[in-house]
Ligand binder design. Structure first.
Ligand SMILES: Nc1ncnc2c1ncn2[C@@H]1O[C@H](COP(=O)(O)OP(=O)(O)OP(=O)(O)O)[C@@H](O)[C@H]1O
Length: 248
């Protein structure tokens, strides 16, 4: 299978402090890559640089064979990579369907087409019964789904997910994981997700990359990575749990 996203030698410093150092990442089309690492490891900075919030100091980002290094976020999205945010900001006074239709219309096309696309996407994330609900009244789990729906509506090839499970109680997590797996398995989407809930990373990821102090310290299949001594060390002896934890 071919790579859909290739990151090479990516570095980014803030006032002389390296948040990312020489990071290489390769995402195979139609797979899920999980990114883990202790607090301050550089996970969010990685998303910020790859998705166009910040320009890298060095390195390159290639999406689907196209060099998108340093592109601003809207151009990254147009090139086929969309990001979700941990802090969700839908248009509070608009309905779920209207919010998704706005996202669907970003790439151009008629309003009718955007609305049709929104209906499809709202159904695909299991939000049919909330389609006409005003976004400002949704609870966290539904807001997370809306955030996903808005991202999917832009028809990305690659979806960057920033802690999609944060704020959900354990019983709310599995349906979201099932939804993400179906995006990969049924729609062929490639997913990169940053997540603190290790059980979810283990379950969903095809491969895992571990960051520590701005560097990639381990990569491989989920089961290999948690046993890697460098990973255990990075977590200060508290090996990332594979059980059903609530650490967030
Ligand atoms: N906009 C910024 N300005 C200055 N320093 C920053 C900025 N963004 C990140 N940093 C620094 O870069 C380093 C990496 O932070 P980052 O937020 O990427 O880590 P993280 O792995 O996402 O952590 P967490 O799991 O706590 O969210 C930290 O030292 C942080 O203080």
């Amino acid at each position: 299978m071919s790579s859909v996203l290739t990151v090479k030698g990516l570095s980014k410093s803030f006032r002389g402090i390296a948040a990312l150092s020489d990071v290489d990442i390769d995402v195979t089309e139609g797979t899920v890559l999980g990114i883990i690492g202790p607090n301050g490891a550089g996970k969010t900075t990685f998303f910020n640089v790859v998705a166009g919030a910040f320009k890298p100091d060095t390195g390159s980002v290639t999406l689907d064979g196209k060099d998108i290094t340093g592109f601003p976020a809207h151009k990254v999205a147009r090139a086929g990579m969309t990001r979700t945010f941990q802090l969700m900001r839908p248009f509070a006074t608009l309905s779920v369907l209207e919010n998704v239709a706005i996202a669907a219309s970003v790439g151009g096309g008629s309003q009718r087409a955007a609305r049709r696309r929104a209906e499809e996407v709202v159904a695909s994330v299991g939000m049919d019964e909330w389609a006409d609900t005003v976004a400002g009244t949704l609870h966290t789990a539904a807001l997370k789904r809306l955030e996903l729906a808005r991202a999917i509506a832009t028809r990305p090839r690659v979806l960057l997910l920033d802690e999609v499970l944060a704020g959900l109680v354990p019983t709310e997590r599995q349906p979201v994981l099932d939804l993400l797996a179906s995006l990969r398995d049924e729609q062929g989407l490639s997913l990169v997700f940053v997540e603190h809930i290790m059980a979810a990373v283990m379950r969903l990821s095809d491969s895992v990359v571990v960051f520590d102090r701005g560097r990639v310290i381990a990569r491989g299949a989920p089961a290999e990575v948690v046993d890697d001594p460098a990973v255990v060390e990075a977590y200060l002896g508290t090996a990332p749990s594979t059980g059903e934890t609530t650490d967030e």
